[in-house]
Structure formats: C-alpha cells, structure tokens
Design a protein around this ligand. Sequence first.
Ligand code: PMP
Length: 392
Amino acid sequence: MLTNLQQQPADALLALIKLHNNDPRADKIDLGVGVYRTDSGATPVFACIKAAEKKLLETQDSKAYLGPEGDMGFVHALMPFVFGKNDPTLGGRIDGMQTPGGTGAVRLALALAKRAGIKRLWMGTPSWPNHAQIVADLGLELQGFKHSSKGGTVDMDSLRFAIEQAGEGDAILLHGCCHNPLGIDYSNAQWDEIAGLLKAKGLLPIIDLAYQGLGHGMEEDAYGLRRVLAEVPEALIAYSCDKNFGLYRDRVGAVYVMMESADQVQAALSNGHALARAAWSMPPDHGAAAVRLVLEDEALVALWLGELDEMRDRMRQVRGRLAAAGTAGTVDMIPFGSQNGLFSIVPLTPEQVLAMREKHGVYMAGTGRINVAGLTMGNIDKFVAAVADVTA
Ligand code: PMP
C-alpha cells in the first residue's frame, strides 16, 4: 500500500542549502533561503531574545501543557504592535491564537476560511511558493493575478481587475509588507484604494504579515493591514515573528480573526482551536514565551526595535549599493532601491541562474529571487560582476 507514495521533488530552496553547504569554494555566496544575515554573513540570535531566554530559564517553573491556543499572553502582547496601540482589539473585534510559525498561521487562516464556506482564493503571483501548496492541500481553488508589472512596480490594474472578477464570498490573500519574492509593496495610497475596493466587493481579506519591521518600520509596515481592517467587516491575519525576532526554527506565529463582534470572534476561534488540536495539538512554546517576555519589558522592546533598525539600515545600504552598481548587466533593470524587505527578483533565465551557481558560486532560487541580506559589502561587487557575466 505504502508503495503508492511516489517520490516527491525536494523543496527547491531547502535543496539549495545542501548544494551550498557542499560547495568548497571559499567565496561562494548564499542568496537562497530567506534568513537575515549581518555584514559578516551571520544570522545571530537577537540580543533581546538572548535576554528574554535568560529570564525564561530563571523564571519558568513548568512546561505543562497549555492549550491549542498556545500562549495567549504572547498573542495579546503582540497586538498593539500589529493593530496599533490606541485600540489593538478594535473594540473587542479582534482576537487570535498562537500558531507554529507564519506557516501555521497561513495554514490555519486558510483552513478557517474553507470551514466558513470560502471556495476560491485570489492571490497575486508570484508569491511565497508555500501559499499555493497550502491552498492546493486544502483543496481551495486558486485564482492568480499579476502582482507587478515589468519595471518593478505594483500592477494595480491586475489587482483591480481581479477584485472586479471575484465573486462575493471569495477570499483574497495579500502580503502586508516586504512582498516575498518581489520586494514590491503597495504604497499607502494604493492600500487606501485596495481597502475601499475590498469593502465594496465584500471579499474576505487574508493578510499575511511575515516581515513587519523589516520594510520601513513597525508602524509603517502595518499601514496597509490597519487600513484594510478599518474598512472591512471581517478579516483573517497570519503573522510570523520568525523574521522580526530572528526565531526561524523556534516557529513563532499567530493567527488573528477580525469580525463584527467579540462573540463572533470567539466562535470562529473555537474552530481554530479544533483545527489546531487535530493537526499539531498545540504550538511550540519556547519562542513565543521569549517574545512575550521581550514585549512585556520596555527596555527589551527598545533593544528589539533598535535591532530591527540596524537590520533595516543594512538592507537599505545593500539595496543602495545594488542600485548604484546598476550599470552592469541586468541589475540596472531592477529598482532595488525602492523595494522592501529581504527579497528581490533578478530577471535571470534558469540557465543564467545555473551559471551563477556553477561558474560563480552564487546560490539563488531558480526564479532569480535573491535574499538581499545575503549580500555584504565584501561580496556585493562579485555578485554584480557575476550577473554582468552571465547576462553578457
Ligand atoms: N508568509 C510569507 C510571505 C513568508 O515569506 C514566510 C516565510 N518564508 C511565511 C509566511 C512563513 O514564515 P515562518 O513559517 O517561517 O514563520
């Protein structure tokens, strides 16, 4: 029976990590998997998390089970940063639960949408590949529209057309900020328009916020989410703390539900609890507990926000250098300087991506996506020269 299970292709990005590890060249460059790196190529544990973990070690007196909702102290402590300090629950209309990372949050948001009767999801493409995988696994119908036009700007016409075509009762998945893989975000004015269009059409927005604080700042990066929530009656929000707290393998995320009343929200969340119980029972505690301890301590919050500032500054510096080096090859076609977050796409063919790897030791996703944070002041010239070479 089990022989019915056919060999599946390895996850392309995870396979790339192995290829990179096995490459003996000292000057190889890893622009593959999406983790932040310092200018020396490290992905260190945040100082605020180290401090919180120390506190956790000293004060945690039990590891007994929580519930499928996880650490609600964490879920609530995060809310002022996501939804705004003035009224983070929008008068009791928002609540949430902890999930295993942003992936668990996306999974649960889409599963809740499906349970509520949603059959079709609209999504800008390309997107984080796991979005489509989760949609397929849940058996939802996926309708794509072009996220950006050539030249690296948002394709508002495609989005408007998609919303026009969508039926009432469909859902639409939007990246809150730092679009993966394109780095191309909606402007505030575009979010204003999107919020109005979603309201008018009665679409259910599902907003994936996996990089808050890595674009322009914690408040700035929440603009679109908050604008949409201010207009629509209902929404689902999938949140990841894995990038903005550097907790990747600890799997820290949350799903939030916004509805018209607190009672409705608790009923919807009881479905989330049931789905979680049947899937992973409860989320891993350690990372979320550490985030909670950061968020409950003003000094640690200041330390955390400073660490985010430093990360953003470095990525802006790299993007500035890429934009300045734009005379070489293909790189000049990308408005790196105006893009946000960890990713951009360099429009290379699969053959050129292969040549980047084999000839130059530069590892990037087959789509041409680069992790901007994989570039350093020490290797950026080599990267630009390699692009010029493979596109010559
Ligand atoms: N959403 C998007 C858009 C992402 O890029 C990612 C991570 N690559 C996630 C969600 C999930 O992040 P994680 O599960 O690592 O928290």
